[in-house]
Design a protein around this ligand. Structure first.
Ligand code: ME8
Length: 652
């Protein structure tokens, strides 16, 4: 039975084809909390989307000679693809260009207008075009936009206004009576002292100097100005103004809006006032998280560090990147990103602590008990503490996640990981195995280790989806009763007599020095490519010349097969090469491929690639290569050609 509903949102993103890991931070956090709520029995609605109107987008599309929608469709697809790669488990993706959203925002505008909370006037103000924000004199920083630091222009136009000033007292009262509504707490003082107390001015909610927006009902030379359009996505996605039935009735008010700290002002002062004017409840919480920064400033100007999430996922896997983001940084604070902190975190927590624990334990059960998990026998002096730490963890994780303390929640889980590793050192199973008289104690140790790992695997599910599944495969259990969240508070659930089986390393150890050099080189190439090859709109795209014609018979000589990568490692004497073991039907092949710069060996395991199966074998730097795999290249970029079909299948 459902424990209730849970509605979590990310901001809707400005369309950009190059989202960096800073952008993914809000979404990764929302994904973890959504997954956590689902495994703990909630009916979850997780909303994300794109914020597609405004002058800036109209200008960019015009420069490219495209209609804004045509330009946006491609970018929005790229964003969706990124979320797919990152396995973001959203339930609904809203675009502000969706017809439903546009119609509902227009209806909402009319409700506010009819009520007198929107009126027509004339605006003269200081406008920052890139931020699409009007500012008052007192809000400027050194005469420039306080958000982006760029110059502002005096702008005068006929416009519609929302009566923000009317809600000043109610806002103050809300913040004072419900201080939990905005976190971290420090941000409340900022809102009260910097914005509410100095006095709120009415908010300009329409523009007439551009037309890429939702038309104002009955006055179509105006379009609705972006924040009213953007913020309302959180309710139009639920069907507002239909509030009696459906998703609005079910999910509103939102449990939490997760936003970056720079947009807290919009999500509290402006959004809460709009909701008050619409006479619907405000969200239960807004959480303003910190920024992930690079030394010397912004992510987009990165040199030396790789901030492209796709590159990082190809090299280390999606679980490692998500874990890193949530574990390394305290959610409410800013943090510094470097490749080195990323690699150190992966090695220390994932390869060493968790990976070694699983591989050591399963190996010992295989070695000492032929893989069959024994029933506990004689007790050791360390069992009680292990059991206590392991079974207490889920409650501690619950408490941390209720406060959106992702890093703290992972730290609680890692206390169990470290406690279980320590249990191995304390009980020394390899010493117990030397003497048959200790067989019963060894049984206890092996059982407790496996059960400890089961509990860890249950707790990591919301953060490390694949890793939990990989552990279940090694422990030979499937998703269900044995992996349910509540079972992590009980010890002794793992069925005695089950046969475990060692798998690939969960997180292969990274050679930090070599990997840092590889990342730096990659970053240099990316920068060079970005500077040198950005094609201008009117330029024709250059492609490699097409080779001389062949007949169908020539082509038929090539035997292409789907092949599954079952093992991969770096070539011992050439770090640009990977040695892949491919399964092709009943046969296994070794193929040497020059793709080490683009893929880590572990990220390839399980991929179904296309093999030229009848290519004459050759030796590459001393290693036999029986065929080659197909890849597409564009400048520095490389993509493997893959097929979601059984290995051995013919490609023609
Ligand atoms: O603000 N570190 O969209 P957006 C952490 N469309 N978070 C970061 C970050 C970094 N380096 N860079 C970006 C918008 N973000 C509006 C929202 S909502 C009704 C409209 C976060 O694409 C940023 O803080 O500029 C925000 O939460 C999200 O990425 C989207 O930013």
């Amino acid at each position: 039975m459902s424990k209730g509903t849970y509605y979590v949102t990310t901001p809707i993103y400005y369309p950009s084809s190059k989202l960096h890991i800073g952008h993914t931070y809000t979404t990764v956090a929302a994904d973890a909390i959504a997954r956590y709520k689902r495994v703990t029995g909630y009916d979850v609605m997780f909303l994300t989307g794109t914020d597609e109107h405004g002058q800036k987008i109209q200008n960019v599309a015009k420069e490219k000679g495209q209609h804004p929608k045509e330009y946006l469709d491609v970018i929005v697809d790229e964003i969706k693809k990124l979320w797919e790669t990152m396995e973001i488990s959203y339930d609904y993706f809203i675009r502000t260009t969706d017809e439903d959203h546009k119609r509902r925002v227009a209806e909402m505008f009319k409700i506010l207008y009819d009520k007198g909370d929107i009126y027509k006037g004339e605006y003269e103000g200081l406008y920052c075009t890139p931020c699409e924000s009007f500012w008052t004199d007192s809000q400027l920083k050194d005469g420039k936009c306080p958000d982006c630091g760029r110059a502002v222009q005096v702008t005068k136009e006929e416009a519609y206004f929302f009566k923000l000033s009317k809600y000043q007292d109610r806002l103050l009262e809300l913040f004072e009576s419900q201080p939990d509504i905005l976190e971290p707490k420090s941000r409340i003082n900022e809102m009260i002292n910097n914005f509410i107390k100095p006095g709120l001015e009415d908010l300009c909610v329409s523009r007439s100097t551009f037309d890429w927006g939702i038309p104002v009902p009955l006055d179509e030379k105006h379009v609705i100005y972006v924040w009213l359009d953007a913020l309302s996505n959180y309710i139009t996605a639920l069907g507002y103004p239909e509030i009696k039935d459906g998703n609005f009735a079910k999910y509103w008010p939102a449990d939490v809006h997760l936003v970056g700290k720079e947009i807290v002002r919009f999500h509290t002062i402006i959004w809460f006032s709009i909701l008050m004017a619409l006479e619907i409840p405000v969200p239960k919480k807004v959480f303003g998280h910190g920024w992930i920064l690079l030394e010397g400033g912004k992510m987009s100007k990165s040199v030396g560090n790789i901030v492209d999430p796709v590159v990082l996922i190809n090299r280390y896997g999606v679980d490692a990147l998500k874990y890193f983001l949530l574990r390394e940084y305290t959610f409410g604070q800013d943090g510094l990103f470097t490749n080195e902190v990323l690699l150190n975190r992966i090695n220390a927590d994932l390869a060493n602590d968790l990976g070694n624990l699983v591989s050591r334990t399963v190996s010992m059960v295989e070695k000492y008990r032929e893989g069959i998990v024994p029933k506990s026998g004689s007790a050791t002096a360390f069992d009680e503490d292990l059991i206590q730490v392991a079974t207490a963890a889920s409650q501690l994780v619950d408490r941390r996640l209720d406060n959106l303390d992702f890093s703290g929640a992972l730290e609680e889980i890692w206390k169990v990981v470290r406690r279980t590793n320590k249990y191995i050192d304390e009980t020394m199973p390899w010493a117990l195995a030397k003497d048959e008289a200790n067989a019963s104690t060894l049984d206890t140790v092996l059982y407790n280790l496996i059960e400890g790992i089961r509990i860890i695997s249950v707790l990591i599910q919301p953060f490390l989806f694949h890793t939990s599944r990989k552990i279940w495969t090694q422990l030979n259990i499937s998703e269900g009763e044995l992996t349910a969240w509540d079972t992590s508070a009980s010890f002794g659930v793992y069925p005695v007599g089950t046969t475990v089986q060692k798998g690939e390393a969960l997180f292969p150890r990274i050679e930090i020095k070599a990997e840092l050099e590889a990342l730096e080189e990659l970053s240099r190439q990316q920068m060079a490519a970005a500077q040198g090859s950005a094609p201008k709109a009117e330029e024709k795209k250059e492609i490699a010349p097409i080779k001389p014609e062949i007949t169908i018979d020539d082509f038929a000589k090539v035997d292409l097969r789907v092949a599954k990568v079952v093992a991969a490692k770096v070539h011992p004497s050439a770090d640009k090469l990977l040695i892949l073991t491919l399964k092709v039907g009943n046969e296994e092949r070794q193929v040497v491929s020059g793709i080490a710069k683009h893929f880590s060996p572990e990220s390839l395991i399980g991929k179904e690639v296309i093999l030229v199966a009848n290519l004459k074998p050759v030796k590459l730097r001393g290693e036999l290569s029986q065929g080659m795999i197909l890849a597409a290249t564009s400048g520095e970029q490389l993509a493997l050609v893959t097929a979601d079909l059984e290995d051995g299948s013919q490609v023609s």
